[in-house]
Write a protein that binds this ligand. Structure first.
Ligand SMILES: [Zn+2]
Length: 349
């Protein structure tokens, strides 16, 4: 089973949101999906349902994975922890290096994030501040099964991250869509439609609407795709990509995931974008304030260059400083040479 991302597509939910987001119901404007840098997220857990027995832990005991490739929390949580305890432990680890804080609340009406454990509803989360648009009597995140990696994955969606296999920057994944549709119809419960396959996997986000690194094969936000799949419908073993490339299963946040998260939610200083390959806007501020449940619009930053304004500003300042130093040294040299030559000239007279 796969860990999904959910986007607000219902225009009635989006009615208070800004025009740009409404007009693009899939909400790919992820650079406008971050929480405020110092936001406190109120988190509510629904009581466990009566059919909680169906909520099983993923068995990774037979997976061929090095211990070093597993998040250390696998050792203490996987297969044994109470669902709420497990999610709380992952939240504590995820938020520890971030500027964001969180608190647990006892009423769903007080919560930005409402987490349910419905075994019949798969695992999914709304992305970033889209959580503000969900009616307070509905969950924003669900776990249909349990796995430490999947809990990290859904919580990263909550923080504004989207699927790495939809990263528009240098992805090696060129899909064989019919093969993908066959696999998702035969392996997911309920079977994924072609539309869902597009939404969750095939459609890459537009370059100028996202911030992030180049494609990261180690990201927790990347699905595991084998190189090929035996499609029962056709009776054929088919490659999932036109280039025969697959992905490996990831069980922890990659270094790039952490770098990205701590740059977007920095404990010290303003929000920054780590590296020249990181594009998009946002900068400090500009995000929606969600101090109340009514969502007010924020202006998406105009960013025709595709480079973060804060980065541009820093670069420009850096260059200005550099040229000022060069100019100062040049003037100093001319003055010095003039002084020496003038002195020689005077001496010779
Ligand atoms: Zn997902």
């Amino acid at each position: 089973m796969l860990c999904s991302q959910t986007f607000v597509s219902d225009p009635t939910l989006a009615k208070n949101y800004n025009k740009l987001l409404q007009s693009t119901a899939r909400a790919t404007f992820l650079k406008d999906m971050y929480w405020d840098v110092h936001q406190t997220l109120n988190i509510y857990f629904y009581p466990l349902p009566a059919n909680v027995d169906k909520l099983g832990w993923l068995d990774i005991s037979k997976a061929k994975v090095n211990k070093s490739d597993l998040d250390p929390l696998y050792a203490t949580l996987q297969g044994v922890a109470h669902p709420v305890t497990a999610v709380k432990a992952v939240i504590a680890k995820l938020f520890e290096p971030l500027s964001l804080s969180y608190q647990y609340v006892s009423q769903p009406s007080q919560a930005h994030i409402r987490i349910s454990f419905n075994p019949d509803d798969g695992s999914h989360s709304f992305v970033g501040i889209q959580n503000n648009m969900i009616p307070k009597n509905q969950p924003t995140m669900n776990f249909g099964w349990l796995d430490v990696g999947c809990i990290f994955h859904e919580l990263c969606h909550m923080l504004g991250m989207v699927h790495e296999h939809q990263n528009p920057r240098d992805s090696p994944l060129k899909w064989n869509v019919p093969a993908l549709q066959c696999m998702m119809a035969e392996t997911q419960q309920p079977p994924w439609t072609a539309e869902r396959v597009n939404e969750q996997i095939v459609d890459a986000f537009a370059l100028d609407t996202t911030n992030g690194s180049n494609f990261d094969p180690k990201s927790i936000m990347l699905y595991y795709f084998p190189k090929s799949y035996f499609c029962k419908q056709t009776g054929k073993d088919v490659s999932l990509t036109s280039t025969g490339v697959g992905t490996s299963p990831n069980y922890k946040l990659s270094d790039t995931d952490w770098l990205w998260l701590t740059a977007i939610y920095p404990k010290m200083g303003p929000r920054v974008f780590p590296g020249l390959d990181v594009m998009g806007g946002g900068g400090e501020g500009g995000e929606m304030s969600d101090s109340s449940s009514s969502t007010t619009s924020s202006s998406p930053s105009e960013d025709p260059s595709g480079v973060a304004p804060s980065f541009v500003a820093r670069t420009t300042f850096g260059l200005k400083k550099y040229w000022l130093v060069v100019l100062f040294l040049a003037v100093l040299s001319i003055w010095f040479m003039h002084k020496v030559l003038f002195k020689k000239d005077k001496d010779s007279k």
